[in-house]
Design a protein around this ligand. Structure first.
Ligand code: ATP
Ligand code: MG
Length: 592
């Protein structure tokens, strides 16, 4: 250790709010360089290398082939696929000395598709699965939690190419199993959940989530875990609205009658749905919320007005998918005035909605009469129904809301519960999105040109490392799973003489042949050595001190269980092998 690079810290770094970030800095695994940028130090790199090795073994085991492609990618490829214009600010772009545009790859669908296209011409060469373990760049809006969301990180990204959906599905299932194995082998408990596939095609997609209170993803799971999905994707089931659809038809006289019965109510300074419910002593479910969004569409920008029941929130992923928009975001106050409305008192009533896209969330699929905004300061109206301003409202009913805890599970089994998760991996059936846009065809059995289908599969390596710590630590420090620990064993010597030190060294040399072991030979107090060993989190700690020199006993302490035992030198290796095996047994099991 004297010759190693380990500098631990007592104090948490100021900008760290989560355990893994604090511990990684304090234990000397990483060191901050700038916003979302981290130097990886030797101890941290040993962990990363071990994680990568597990990933590599499991990828190779399913026949995936390792490549390494440049991080720097000519913009032409991104223009070809169409993503140059839709990637937004998250993608790092730069120019070379000849003024050519380049991209620091945030992901590599384009580059791999272009490369494989140059070689593969026939169905006979498919399926093919390729991967790399390499650096990715993303200019995240909010880099945070250390390497959990950073701007430069290592990803294992794999891509598969197929002649038909059945073949794609076979590889997808193999990947799914490989992912479960990988995460279990590095000591992580994960839950695969159904994920949003975005606007641009793609069908099946699953994210591998690590349950955690710091997770940025919200998962919805039913009681028996037969339904598991990212909240972005979960459809909302409204049992109260499952009536006969005919009920939503209105006769002309009914509509006229409704129109005549609209009444204004004076609601001074009452702007939010919650305040309005309180003020009128109503349930929020009786109130109709009007939400204004701005959508960046392929050709133009558009204002989107959405009516949604008072108790529900807009799910931007669903909105974006429905509109096939590049981006959507809440409109400004000014946008309300532009359409003749007033924030806090908005609705589609009595304003010109011709230039808007008007949408009705499924929660409004009812004959019920609503309270909503009057587009007049300090006034709302009652007895409103969308049919009076839009006869075709029924056709514009779509699910745009977040499902929430307590909703019926979409698979019909029980109710949904919310939980939080960190996404460590993602698998995705892309279909022919990239092969089509990048004109990659092969000849099928009948000599017909077809676009191969693709899948893509990612794992964040640094995020995985941090997440392992989130799941495995205590107040003293990290508790590494044996498989990815920077060293399996730390050997602490408490010696007084040169002769004693030499004795410890001879034991160390012998152990080094069979174990990944670090010898803490520093001339510091024993307390410092013990604290550092616990902070860094080596799975097994050996102490050679007084007990050894007086009674020939070496102490073994297991970090995870805090168990300790004393062994004679001649039994040491056998005992360590046994303990190491037991620690491997403690890793999460892969369910079938
Ligand atoms: P997120 O929703 O967290 O931004 P993503 O959906 O953008 O993730 P993918 O594009 O699917 O992520 O990338 C594959 C994997 O790469 C993720 O599952 C995650 O483990 C990792 N990853 C993505 N962004 C980052 C980042 N900024 N820092 C570290 N790891 C990341
Ligand atoms: Mg992202």
């Amino acid at each position: 250790m004297k010759n190693y690079f380990i500098y631990t810290r007592r104090e948490d770094p100021q900008d760290a709010v989560v355990a893994s970030h604090k511990l990684m800095i304090r234990a000397g695994l990483i060191e901050k360089l700038g916003s979302g940028l981290y130097n990886i130090l030797p101890l941290g790199l040993k962990v990363i290398n071990k994680i990568e090795q597990v990933v590599r073994e499991e990828m190779n085991a399913i026949g995936s082939l390792e490549f390494q492609l440049p991080v720097l990618v000519p913009a032409e490829l991104w223009k070809k696929s169409g993503r140059w214009s839709i990637m937004g600010k998250e993608m790092f772009r730069l120019k070379d000395r000849h003024n050519n545009d380049l991209v620091l790859g945030p992901t590599h669908e384009e580059t791999f598709t272009e490369l494989i296209k140059g070689f593969i011409k026939s169905y006979k060469d498919l399926p093919l699965t390729v991967y790399q373990i390499h650096t990715k760049f993303r200019d995240e809006i909010r880099p945070r939690f250390g390497v959990i969301r950073s701007r430069e990180f290592i990803m294992k990204d794999a891509y598969s190419f197929h002649i038909d959906w059945q073949s794609l599905d076979e590889t997808y299932q193999l990947m799914r199993k490989a992912y479960r194995k990988i995460f279990a082998r590095v000591g992580l408990e994960t839950i695969p959940v159904e994920a949003d596939t975005g606007a641009m095609g793609g069908s099946d997609s699953e994210e591998f989530m690590v349950p955690s209170h710091i997770g940025e993803e919200i998962l919805l799971l039913n009681d028996d875990l037969s339904y598991k999905s990212n909240r972005e994707k979960t459809p909302v089931i409204y049992p109260e609205l499952q009536d006969n659809e005919d009920l939503l038809n209105f006769r002309e006289e009914e509509i006229n009658h409704l129109k005549q019965n609209i009444k204004e109510i004076y609601t001074p300074d009452v702007k939010t749905i919650e305040d309005l419910a309180k003020f009128l002593k109503k349930d929020v479910k009786d109130l109709l919320k009007t939400i204004l969004y701005k959508a960046i569409l392929q050709e133009e920008e558009k204002l989107i007005m959405i009516l949604i029941r008072g108790d529900r929130q807009i799910n931007e992923a669903k909105l974006k998918n429905y509109l096939k928009a590049i981006d959507v975001f809440p409109a400004s106050e000014e946008d309300f005035y532009k359409i003749g409305s007033i924030p806090g008192f908005a609705s589609p009533y009595n304003i010109n909605t011709d230039n808007l896209i008007l949408l009705y969330d499924l929660s409004t699929a009812t004959r019920k009469k609503w309270i909503t905004g009057a587009n007049k300061k300090d006034y709302h109206i009652e007895n409103f129904h969308p049919v009076i301003i839009d006869k075709n409202w029924k056709e514009k009913l779509i699910d745009l809301a977040f499902a929430q805890e307590g909703d019926p599970s979409p698979n019909g089994k029980g109710k949904l519960k919310e939980s939080k998760g960190i996404e460590v991996g993602h698998i995705f059936k892309l279909g022919d999105k990239y092969t089509k846009s990048m004109e990659f065809t092969v000849l099928d059995k009948n000599q017909k040109r077809i676009y191969p289908l693709m899948g893509c599969y990612g794992i964040g390596i640094n995020r995985t490392m941090a997440t392992i710590i989130e799941q495995n630590h205590d107040e003293k420090g990290i508790i590494w799973p044996i498989s990815v620990a920077p060293f399996e064993i730390v050997l602490i010597d408490i010696t007084k003489t040169e002769e004693e030190k030499n004795k410890v060294e001879s034991i160390y040399q012998k152990l080094k042949e069979q174990f990944d072991i670090l010898w803490d030979d520093r001339d510091v107090r024993p307390g410092v050595k013990f604290n550092d060993a616990e902070l860094i989190g080596f799975p097994i700690r050996l102490t050679i001190g007084k007990n050894y020199f007086e009674k020939q006993e070496i102490e073994i302490v297991i970090r995870k269980t805090n168990q300790n035992l004393f062994v004679k030198e001649e039994d040491l290796i056998q005992t360590l092998i046994k303990i190491r095996n037991e620690l491997y047994e403690l890793l999460p099991k892969i369910e079938s």
